[in-house]
Design a protein around this ligand. Structure first.
Ligand code: NDP
Length: 481
């Protein structure tokens, strides 16, 4: 049976459909998914305007109840929905369950934020006049989300969009449609106006492009690659549509000579190979002080070789397959590129034959790399990491900052002075000390610098900046008698 789109509040078949298979086992068919037509997108955008006006009249507690219900259901069903996510995306089951639970927490956090929308009030510079400053919904928000965190990324956009009073038209990644349908089913059954929330599955180049070019949207929140992000920004400027974009990165973990060796190795392994390296916060550059380099590398390579690669749903799997044949082909091309640039492949980076036919490869570690190599400049989104040897803390910081990106960076050190200096001087939106470069909280801002981000920050209270527009009212009370 074909899974449908949610158009103007109704579940509808599309103009075509796609098949979705499990990257851990290609014989496992997850389902068929409708591809929205151009006319359906137009219709749902019209209905979204009507629904948003009605949603704006809901009381705060009524909106809060909707968000709480979505969040609570996601958390209660994290086992079931996490299994579906792991099955279609390929991340190990524990990561899938954790992602769905975290998605639920975004909704319950923003449920509470519904009641915390408090403006500012002041006297005018003109006598007898008051000024009231408040945030209002921006209108209809287009949300374009990626496949690597299909439920969490969508949720950290959808929850604040609804909290602050907007309608949502969601174009999820076409490679993870089952997770999108599951989340939409939960949202659609709530007490919301018909058409407030739309699901338009389809290809990015077709329906995605039409969505971002539409004058019927007021804002676009996008997570994905830099080239697509730049294209979306170009389309958005034609209609002066507000944009927020989170894109790639080339995050560095600096390992100092005073680091706790076992901690450093475990942070590097988790940061580089968690989610099969397919995350924008992955530790893809390991900038290692010469004083600890050899000992660190020995343990790192041994750890990578010991990792259990396998079916995402099997017990003991530490790293699942990559998401698609295209991604696998690109990853293996980066392995060849690294070798041709002069890097030494110490382990992994090879296609694996497994009992199930899937997109498996072994976690790879490059040694003796330079920061100017393409493998250290371009986001690979692969289970590959590079060691860059440095002679001092100052050199480490300079290498960490020598990138076009700037999402996260981390330092492993026992020196308070180095940790403090790094925290203040690393040019990234997120900095970690003795923690992985990946793994962030929902109640504080998330975003980067350089090519990693564009527009206001996501998550926490910072999200209000993007999902609202500010109105300043001047009130002259007049004479009371
Ligand atoms: P894309 O940037 O192509 O896709 C992200 C989202 O944008 C998807 O929903 C996609 O739809 C949609 N999209 C694609 N083209 C358009 C368009 N012209 N207009 C509107 N929407 C569009 O990323 P990929 O999934 O192709 O991954 C490629 C690379 O991008 C990865 O290898 C990685 O380097 C990077 N990436 C980074 C992410 C991050 O979190 N920073 C997340 C995902 C990818 P559809 O799925 O139908 O193509």
């Amino acid at each position: 049976m074909t899974q449908l789109n949610l158009i103007s509040g109704d579940w509808l078949a599309g103009e075509s459909e796609i098949e979705n298979r499990n990257p851990s086992d290609l014989s496992d068919l997850i389902g068929h998914f409708a591809q929205a037509s151009s006319e359906q997108l137009e219709a749902t955008l019209v209905q979204a305007r009507v629904a948003q006006a009605e949603w704006a009249t809901y009381g705060l507690e009524r909106k809060q109840a909707v968000l709480n219900a979505i969040g609570n259901e996601l958390m209660a069903r994290s086992e079931e929905l996490g299994t579906l996510l792991a099955r279609e995306e390929g991340k190990p089951l524990a990561e899938g369950k954790g992602e769905v639970f975290r998605a639920g927490q975004f909704f319950t956090y923003y449920a509470a934020e519904c009641l915390r929308q408090i403006g500012e009030n002041s006297d005018s510079v003109r006598a007898g006049i008051e000024v009231d400053v408040r945030r209002e919904p921006i209108g209809t928000v287009a949300i374009i989300s990626p496949w690597n965190f299909p439920t969490a990324t969508a949720s950290w956009k959808i929850a604040p969009a609804l909290c602050y009073g907007n309608a949502v038209v969601w174009k999820p990644a076409n490679i993870t449609p089952a997770s999108a349908v599951a989340l939409t089913e939960i949202i659609a059954k709530q007490d919301i106006p018909k058409g407030l929330f739309s699901l338009v599955m389809g290809s990015g180049r077709a329906i995605g492009q039409q969505l971002v070019e539409s004058p019927m949207i007021d804002a676009i929140s996008f997570t994905g690659s830099v080239p697509v992000g730049k294209g979306i920004a170009t389309a958005a400027i034609q209609n002066l549509t507000k944009v927020q974009m989170e894109m790639g990165s080339k995050n560095a973990l600096a390992v100092m000579d005073d680091a706790d060796l076992d901690l450093a190795v475990s942070l590097a392994l988790g940061g580089a190979f968690g989610s099969t390296g397919q995350k924008c916060t992955a530790s893809s550059r390991l900038v290692v002080h010469a004083g600890i380099h050899d000992a660190f590398v020995d343990k790192l390579v041994a750890g990578a070789q010991a990792m259990k690669v396998g079916h995402a749903l099997e017990d003991g799997t530490q790293m699942g397959p990559v998401v698609s044949q295209q991604q696998l082909t690109e990853n293996l091309a980066y392995v060849d590129l690294g070798k041709s640039e002069g890097a030494e492949l110490a382990c992994g980076g090879a296609r694996l034959d497994m009992p199930h036919d899937g997109f498996y490869m072994s976690p790879g570690v490059f040694l003796n790399t330079r920061n100017d190599m393409r493998i250290n400049r371009e986001e690979m989104f692969a289970p590959l990491t590079s060691v860059i040897k440095v002679g001092s803390y100052d050199e480490a910081l300079s290498v960490v900052n020598d990138t076009n990106f700037g999402l996260t960076s981390g330092i492993v050190t026992q020196s308070l002075a180095r940790a403090t200096h790094f925290r203040r001087n690393a040019r990234t939106g997120v900095v970690t000390v003795n923690l992985p470069t990946a793994g962030t909280d929902y109640h504080v801002p998330f975003g980067g610098r350089g090519d990693s981000s564009y527009g206001p920050r996501e998550q926490g209270k910072a999200a209000a900046e993007f999902y609202t527009t500010v109105k300043t009212a001047y009130i002259s009370a007049g004479d009371p008698v």
